[in-house]
Design a protein around this ligand. Structure first.
Ligand code: HEC
Ligand code: HEC
Length: 202
């Protein structure tokens, strides 16, 4: 794979200071390197900053991680519905308001509803990661029928463009960031992809 593209930095607002993420797949990667990368991808996917929103048919976001004490469904009986954004009930954006200026001060207050520079919503029902095993998440993420029809490069590009993810590595308000960095996570997706997307049990 010789494609080497630099994805332009986000141009939402001058105050958004996200590092540019480079999408640069390795020439080759062994199965062992792919599995190694997968284990780090799983560390990220299963982390509260990701899994709290990647829930399935319950339609309910989760509250988990050190700042929540106990793991439980989102308070206030929040339901995402088929829309995944609460249109049928109370819209996520009522509290998770879209924030596109003064990014540095958007999420300082502990226990406030996180705000990002795009609409807040649950992940698609197929991308159900909360409480799932490494093998289950791996099988979902490599299946184009379940991952939004994305190949490896499209997953990597999606990760760069998705402003929710930039929040997950810089959440503020005392929340623990997702492990590694966005760049390392993108690199791991590419290593895993070039290695043929191996999963632990296969
Ligand atoms: C605020 C809720 C929210 C959080 C937090 C969140 N996601 Fe998502 N995720 C979504 C939504 C919504 C989509 C669908 C977006 C789309 O398809 O354009 C999505 C889709 C994805 C996809 C596309 C592949 C698929 O199977 O659908 C990946 C990969 C992904 N998220 C990774 C992550 C990672 C990694 C984290 C944590 C660092 C994370 N997400 C945190 C809401 C969230
Ligand atoms: C009535 C206000 C309100 C609405 C509506 C709301 N939320 Fe929240 N949400 C909050 C608050 C407040 C927190 C933070 C609670 C805390 O940190 O103790 C939160 C936290 C979260 C978290 C945890 C983030 C993290 O990793 O720490 C997720 C995920 C989430 N909300 C998803 C949703 C989704 C999806 C919807 C729409 C279906 C939604 N919320 C609707 C108020 C709301």
């Amino acid at each position: 794979m010789t494609t080497r593209l630099i994805v332009a930095s986000l141009t939402i607002a001058a105050s958004v200071v996200f590092a540019e993420v480079e999408i640069s797949p390795p020439e080759s990667a062994t199965q062992a390197e792919g599995l190694d990368a997968w284990s780090r991808i799983f560390d990220v996917a299963s982390h509260p900053r990701c899994a709290n929103c990647h829930t399935g048919p319950s339609d309910r976001p989760m509250w988990s991680g050190p700042t929540y004490g106990t793991t439980r469904p989102h308070g206030m009986n929040i339901q995402a519905g088929d829309s995944r954004m609460g249109v049928e009930y109370l819209q996520c954006s009522t509290c998770h308001t879209t924030k596109d200026t003064d990014w540095d001060n958007a999420n300082l207050m502990p226990h406030a509803a996180p705000r990002v520079a795009m609409g807040w919503a649950l992940a698609p029902v197929e991308a159900d990661w909360f409480g799932k095993t490494s093998d289950e998440i791996c099988a979902q993420l490599r299946d184009p029928d379940l991952n939004g029809g994305r190949d490896m490069l499209e997953i990597a590009e999606h990760l760069n463009h998705d402003l929710i993810l930039h929040w997950a590595w810089n959440p503020g308000g005392g929340r623990e960031p997702a492990p590694y960095s966005l760049q390392e996570h993108v690199d791991d997706i590419l290593i895993w992809g070039v290695a043929g997307m191996p999963c632990p049990e296969s």
